[in-house]
Design a protein around this ligand. Structure first.
Ligand code: SF4
Ligand code: SF4
Length: 422
């Protein structure tokens, strides 16, 4: 697809990049059936091809229209279209550039309520030192909250009826060490996930070290089009992660696949930065692993066999987050399923495994109707074979599905942890 950027944007680096990315689209439409929003609305403008045309128009006219903004805002950035595209169009990168173009518009181009919500998400949800205390206050007031607010808050891990401390973190004792991304919302909503990862890896001979200086990965600000804020977060994380790698950590582990996907792209995100930070970004990207890439299924099966008592296998429906199946694709495909089987779980059949659940970072807050419709469809497809629990690998999907699921929704490492240590 050929395009000529308008003079007003031609000097922006993003114009040249968008023009190159647009070239590979041949308008064939093979991506349309894979697109969750197109499947719901049936509108070409809510399809990848339609959005690509809208980005092309923005580039050529040098300004965003309300139509382009509406339909790009409705995109989940799930990247199912990339997996379906035979021409290798990098839609996710193109959509990011389109959003950056939109954010060049004056602030008044969005209504005040939407601007406030986007601002609050970028300022509060990305800072765990603010977000975690707010969640704790909400949890303390939970009994008095109205039902609609109550469902948004998970119960506190410490408060659950349990025979063990779900937040217990083993002392580092192994020569093999890895660090784990703390992130922004996960420590507040589900601190037990990283603790479970630390216990399982400890059992397999790897000490997991919490990276306290590493904050929000930057994906939220990036996808909200707040490029400068995202770059600040990425730079800070890259510098902190480099110190950990220099100190002997062999990998940076992510237990939230959305964050891991973005961290694996730090080298690209910092491509216009000065040479030293850009090289450091590439080094951190290369050292980043999703948790499923560092747990060895053979060692896990051996560990489970050593402790297993006689019991029925747990029936699990696996929900592959889009960030794993489309974002990280070849490096993670089939890995969590293999690990759950190695732990003795029975995986039930699910329909539409590529369908997005509607969480998509801040999407479920900014586009609640589409997000709810996608969640209903996803839960129907996951529950068809009557699982006892749903497993996922991303905090956003977990929280979004949990709020409407009649069966527990858990990170897969929590399930493995409960089998090993219950
Ligand atoms: S993005 Fe790919 S699949 Fe979709 S219209 Fe363009 S070339 Fe075809
Ligand atoms: S990223 Fe997802 S929602 Fe957006 S155009 Fe592609 S398939 Fe559709």
């Amino acid at each position: 697809m050929y395009s000529k950027p308008a003079d007003s944007v031609a000097d922006l680096p993003l114009a040249g990049e968008a023009r190159e990315l647009l070239r590979s689209c041949v308008h064939c439409g093979f991506c349309l059936p894979a697109c969750p929003t197109y499947r719901i609305t049936g509108s070409e403008l809510d399809s990848p091809r339609g959005r690509i045309y809208l980005i092309k128009e923005m580039l050529e006219h040098g300004r965003a229209t309300a139509t382009a903004r509406t339909h790009l805002d409705r995109c989940l950035t799930c990247r199912a279209c990339e997996t379906a595209c035979p021409s290798g169009v990098q839609y996710g990168r193109l959509a990011d550039l389109g959003r950056e173009l939109i954010e060049h518009e004056p602030p008044s181009s969005r209504d005040p309520a939407t601007r406030f919500v986007r601002f609050a998400l970028a300022k509060v949800a990305t800072r765990r030192e603010l977000f975690t205390p707010l969640v704790r206050i909400g949890q303390a007031l939970r009994p008095a909250l109205p039902g609609a607010l109550k469902v948004l808050l998970p119960a506190r891990a410490e408060g659950r009826s349990t025979t063990r401390d779900m937040l217990a973190w083993p002392t580092a004792r192994h020569a093999r060490r890895m660090t784990v991304l703390e992130g922004c919302v996960q420590p507040g909503l589900a601190p037990q996930i990283n603790a479970a990862a630390a216990r399982v890896l400890d059992q397999l001979g790897i000490s997991l070290v919490a990276a306290r200086d590493v904050g929000c990965c930057g994906a939220m600000a990036h996808h909200l089009g707040r490029t400068d804020a995202a770059l600040d977060q990425v730079r800070r994380n890259v510098e902190a992660s480099e110190r950990l790698l220099d100190g002997g950590c062999e990998a940076i582990v992510s237990t939230a696949s959305g964050c891991g996907t973005f961290a694996k792209d730090y080298g690209h995100v910092l491509r216009h930065a000065d040479a030293s930070i850009s090289a450091a970004g590439a080094r951190v990207s290369a050292a980043t692993r999703d948790l499923c890439e560092v747990v060895d299924p053979v060692a896990l099966e051996r560990a489970v066999t050593a402790v297993r008592k006689q019991r029925e296998p747990v029936r699990i429906a696996w929900q592959a987050p889009c960030s794993l199946q489309h974002g990280q694709r070849s490096s993670t495909t089939g890995k969590v399923e293999a690990l759950l089987r190695a732990a003795g779980c029975e995986l039930v059949a699910t329909r539409n495994p590529t369908l997005c659940c509607g969480s998509a970072g801040t999407y479920s807050i900014l586009q609640p109707e589409l997000a709810r419709e996608l969640r209903t469809r996803k839960l129907d497809s996951l529950r068809g074979d009557e699982p006892t629990a749903i497993a996922t690998a991303n905090i956003g999907c977990l929280e979004h599905l949990r709020q409407a699921s009649p069966v527990p929704v858990r990170h897969w490492i929590e399930i493995v942890d409960s089998i090993l240590f219950a």
